[in-house]
Design a protein around this ligand. Structure first.
Ligand code: UDP
Ligand code: MG
Length: 316
């Protein structure tokens, strides 16, 4: 099979039939064999009955229904386990992405051998203040921290080689950064393709302003995990050792100066009267704690060895 089309959805009853018929005619016109996976992420409207009904008429349609709303990442994850196509295309269900882009994305993966082709909504039809501007900021931060050169990380419309979706683990809210997850897993042939975008014809956006807080924290996590996830001691151990050494040397110096005072016959002032005493103490305690954190991190990795963080491209 050429294509698996993965569509996560939450309360999108108005769009589903139009979405399917457009996908169907696009794929048939370009002679691509395909399957469609609708993942109902806890909808409370008529979305699921509509999907059930469509799947009875068309064998290409498959569905997964979650018992409650788990989030877009979990929806993608569930579908990625099932897909059989050579190329996987993800798209939103709200008709903001155009199904007509599918053959172009497919071609770029197949003929130019990319791991990921990410859509780029160059001309975007969302609210400027609440979406477009923050998103610009976001994308530039993501580019800097991850080294993946994309303009539009969070575009719902993307195409993947099958090995990519089978190797990555989309968890939490990480759907925003799938290209970064893939790059960390060794899939570095990532590019983007300008795609059309339109304002939401039905319903409302399912993500509120909390997206920015979560998105930012996830970005920091990703950056940290990709740098030090496999070797926590290199971070915690280094910082811990420097702090401890600093504290220890300060304490040593304090003790020494006290001894010198005593030898000169000066008694009476307490070590604890000197603010350096507390700084030295705190530094030593914090340094030890950080060192222990690094050590515990290393132990956890040891116990979790079968967690693959590399992807073998070829074996002879
Ligand atoms: N979605 C989902 N689960 C959620 C939130 C959203 O499956 O918890 C789906 C939603 O139905 C849509 C896609 O994810 O198909 C993108 O969501 P939306 O259009 O609301 O995001 P926006 O375009 O505003 O960024
Ligand atoms: Mg949308």
């Amino acid at each position: 099979m050429n294509l698996s089309i993965v569509i996560p959805l939450l309360n999108e009853e108005e769009s589903l039939e139009e979405l399917f018929s457009r996908i169907k005619s696009v794929c048939e016109n370009s002679q691509l064999s395909y399957e469609i996976w609708f993942i109902d992420d806890g909808s409370t409207d008529m979305s699921w009955p509509i999907i059930q009904n469509l799947s009875l008429q068309y064998p290409e349609i498959h569905g997964i229904k979650f018992s409650r709303n788990y989030g877009k990442s979990q929806a993608l994850h569930a579908a990625f386990e099932k897909v059989k196509g050579d190329v996987i295309i993800t798209m939103d269900a709200d008709l903001q992405d155009f199904p007509e882009e599918i053959p172009g994305l497919y071609d770029k993966i197949i003929s130019e051998n990319y791991d990921i082709v990410s859509g780029w909504k160059k001309k975007r039809f969302d609210n400027v203040m609440t979406k477009n501007l923050p998103s610009k900021l976001f994308n530039s931060a993501a580019r800097k921290l991850s080294g993946v050169e994309l303009h539009d990380f969070n575009c719902g419309l993307k195409a993947y080689k099958k090995q990519v979706v089978k190797s990555i683990d989309v968890y939490g809210d990480m759907h925003r950064y799938i290209p970064v997850l893939a790059a960390n897993a060794g899939f570095r042939k990532i590019t983007e393709k300008e795609v059309q975008h339109q304002a939401r014809p039905y319903g409302t956006s399912k993500f509120g302003t909390e997206r920015f807080v979560r998105g930012f924290l996830d970005l920091v996590t990703l950056w940290f995990v990709s740098r030090f996830g496999g070797r926590p001691m290199h971070f915690f151990g280094a910082v811990g050792t420097i702090m401890f050494a600093f504290g220890f040397l300060s304490a040593f110096w304090l003790g020494l100066s006290k001894l010198i005072d005593v030898s000169r016959g000066i008694y009476g002032h307490l070590l604890a009267n000197n603010p350096w005493f507390f700084i030295a103490l705190t530094m030593m305690i914090l340094g030890t704690l950080l060192f222990i954190a690094g050590f515990l991190g290393e132990m956890m990795i040891r116990n979790n060895r079968d967690h693959k963080n590399y992807y073998v491209e070829e074996t002879l």
